[in-house]
Write a protein that binds this ligand. Structure first.
Ligand code: AHG
Ligand code: MN
Ligand code: MN
Length: 325
């Protein structure tokens, strides 16, 4: 299926003089995601559920679909001359692609893959960077989230949806029966206030004091200082969680905990936190690691972990305030 630039970049955005190559990189990512979607939809019918029997560089077990999704993205991106290099959650180091390319792509090929065998939403998260001048090294990728050229995700849920930003607002597309993405929403706005939070409560005893206090305040509901009752949701697919927050507000957290002082959280800055933070910020939401805006963090390594608090602005700012006190 042919995917054209105009399909993905609404006409009024062309007034921002978006480079044609950026559109082509986005198209390549999305075309690969359409293929990943086909595989995800097949599941057991294609014999591709379950463990791959391998581990990734981060010591995590890989699912067969983690490996398949990673391969489909790498193969597609390598054929696009505008892509100079890529980095994946599932690869040890970056992969050089095309010498004259102007862009770098970072991705989590399948987020939430522990959900894949039980038929719960998963997604692909991607970040696009302009390649700095000179030879391609790991340092070329270590750019602050704010410097991303664009980012977004494809959610393989009840509907397959593409959500992206090229820093001129957020666009939401839905995959139709013919295999084309059709724009179904422009510029969703994350409500500033919310009564819904998402956190893995089973880790509560490991959190630091400020996070303990924050969640205790939410659980106290209208009998506590927040003065309202909160609801909780936990999908265990960050990409699905962030999509819910984009659609109706909420706050998503994966806090740092005491177990491993050198690991400041579970989620990855470059493949998960940065692109999803860019989408939320473009939609009026906020994102941070409790002490700093996510998009201002200077990355030090490709697979860097980060504490995450993101979503409705009032809650993200409230958590940051608790951490200052
Ligand atoms: P991945 O499948 O790419 O490894 O990411 C899973 C992440 C994230 O999507 C989710 O929010 C979190 O891990 C789930 O963590 P728990 O296992 O603590 O529920
Ligand atoms: Mn992930
Ligand atoms: Mn993953």
């Amino acid at each position: 299926m042919m995917i054209t630039l105009s399909q993905f970049i609404p006409k009024h955005l062309n007034t921002h003089n978006l480079p044609i190559d950026l559109g082509s990189v986005l198209e390549t990512i999305v075309a690969a995601c359409v293929r990943i979607n086909g595989q995800v939809r097949q599941g057991a019918l294609a014999g591709i559920l379950g463990e791959a029997g391998t581990g990734n560089v981060q010591g995590e077990e890989q699912k067969k679909l983690d490996v398949i999704a990673n391969r489909l993205l790498i193969d597609a991106l390598k054929t696009n001359p505008a892509v100079a290099g890529l980095a994946s959650e599932e690869e040890n180091t970056f992969v050089a692609c095309n010498k004259d390319g102007g862009y770098l792509v970072l991705f989590d090929p399948l987020d939430g893959s522990s959900n894949i065998d039980v038929n719960i939403s998963v997604g692909t998260i991607f970040s696009i960077l302009a390649k700095p001048e000179g030879a391609l090294t790991t340092a070329s990728f270590l750019q602050k989230g704010r410097d991303q050229a664009g980012g977004g995700y494809v959610l393989y849920g009840p509907q397959t949806q593409l959500v992206f930003t090229l820093k001129h607002g957020v666009f939401v597309f839905t995959l139709d029966e013919a295999g084309s993405f059709v724009q179904t929403l422009a510029n969703p706005q994350v409500p500033e206030q919310t009564k819904e939070f998402a956190v893995n409560m089973s880790n509560q005893r490991h959190w630091f004091a400020s996070m303990q206090q924050y969640i205790a305040e939410l659980l106290a509901g209208d009998t506590g200082v927040r003065g309202k009752n909160y609801n909780m949701r936990w999908v265990a697919s960050m990409v699905a969680e962030i999509h819910r927050i984009l659609m109706r507000g909420g706050v998503f957290m994966y806090p740092q905990d005491r177990r491993n002082p050198v690991k400041p959280g579970k989620l990855r800055l470059m493949y998960e936190a940065n692109p999803l933070s860019l989408v939320l910020e473009q939609a009026g939401g906020a994102a941070g690691n409790t002490v700093q805006d996510m998009l201002d963090i200077q990355p030090e390594s490709l697979h860097q972990r980060v504490a995450v608090v993101m979503g409705s602005r009032e809650e993200v700012e409230y958590v940051a305030k608790l951490h200052y006190e």
